[in-house]
Design a binder for this molecule. Structure first.
Ligand code: MEV
Length: 308
């Protein structure tokens, strides 16, 4: 049996504004999709979704990547694929990309062929297209390479950064589903309607990313937390937040976080916070008391890899 894992991701800064050419900063985090393959008969089983049969809407992702592997390498003997994901589904954490990346990696490792991460990325990106209309490639890139990713207008740059020393990230799942397309559409229509004010908000979002990179380089957790809050405020102004998202941001602050914001499309999905490690016990207690589903995570710097 060959097993691989690929990390999920969060957006630290810049979601939505990125749609109009502003920069964004993504980060791969220590929550993983685990995929194991072994000789079988193309049975695909997900611990969370059950059997992914031929009539399942999730099957096309696997069919595409298997076809791609066959066309790029050689025929593959029938395998069974087992998937176990720590990522909340449809919450903006890139679970489908991480599944595609980990599955491709596990199959190529099983085949014993030589391959690079770039080849895994290409195959997974094709498969991801069957799930998301015109995927930006951010989720696939973070699942493949890990670390911090600066992106702007379709170009990606992996940055050699670390989270400020002694801090962790908290991810709270709002457990509210939403349509990314719908939120993006509403935000864009507010942007058009606001005219010059919209321009100013988007320019401020761009400055936030620049200042955040500076804060990361200077190991300045307080500024980073503050910038997360300001970024959340701008997303709120553009209509991407919701009562539950705002409430979670306040709960994170009460729990000792230095800042918090939505991550991804907003109006649900996950909310992220930055916190000093000494505050973690208090945060655990407070967030549990409020019945939140939350995770303490750190950056994943490695991306997809084989595991025992
Ligand atoms: C969604 O994860 C991120 C958005 O900026 C949309 C996009 O960039 O395609 C809201």
């Amino acid at each position: 049996m060959n097993c691989s894992i690929a990390p999920g991701k969060i957006l630290l800064f810049g979601e939505h504004f990125v749609v109009k050419g502003k920069p964004a900063l993504g980060l791969a985090v220590s929550m993983y999709v685990h995929v194991c393959v072994e000789p079988g008969s193309w049975v695909i089983y997900s611990r969370q979704l059950g059997f992914i049969n031929h009539d399942s809407k999730h099957r096309s992702l696997f069919n595409t990547l298997i076809e791609k592997i066959i066309s790029e390498y050689s025929s593959v003997q029938p395998l069974n694929i087992y998937i176990d994901s720590e990522l909340p589904i449809a919450s903006g954490m890139g679970s489908s990309a991480a599944v595609a990346v980990a599955t491709t990696h596990a199959i190529l490792s099983f085949m014993g062929v030589e391959f690079t991460k770039e080849e895994v990325w290409k195959i997974a990106h094709e498969a991801e297209k069957t799930v998301h209309y015109k995927p930006s490639g951010v989720d696939t890139t973070l699942a493949t390479y890990g670390g911090f990713l600066y992106y702007r207008q379709g170009s990606f740059e992996k940055l050699d950064l670390k989270l400020p020393e002694g801090t962790s990230l908290i991810i709270v799942n709002s457990r509210v589903g939403r349509s990314t397309g719908e939120v993006v559409k509403d935000v864009l229509s507010r942007y058009e309607h606001l005219g010059e004010i919209g321009e100013l908000i988007y320019s401020a979002a761009e400055k936030i990313v620049e200042k955040a990179l500076d804060a990361l380089r200077k190991n300045d957790a307080e500024t980073l937390g503050e910038l997360m809050l300001v970024n959340h405020g701008l997303l709120w102004a553009m209509g991407a937040s919701s009562e539950i998202c705002d409430k979670i941001v306040y709960d994170l602050l009460k729990a000792g976080a230095l800042g918090g914001k939505i991550s991804g499309a907003g109006r649900g999905g996950v909310i992220i916070g930055l916190i000093n490690n000494q505050e973690l016990p208090r945060a655990r207690e407070l967030l549990s008391m409020k019945n939140h589903e939350f995770y303490f995570v750190h950056p994943d710097y490695q991306g997809v890899r084989s595991v025992e």
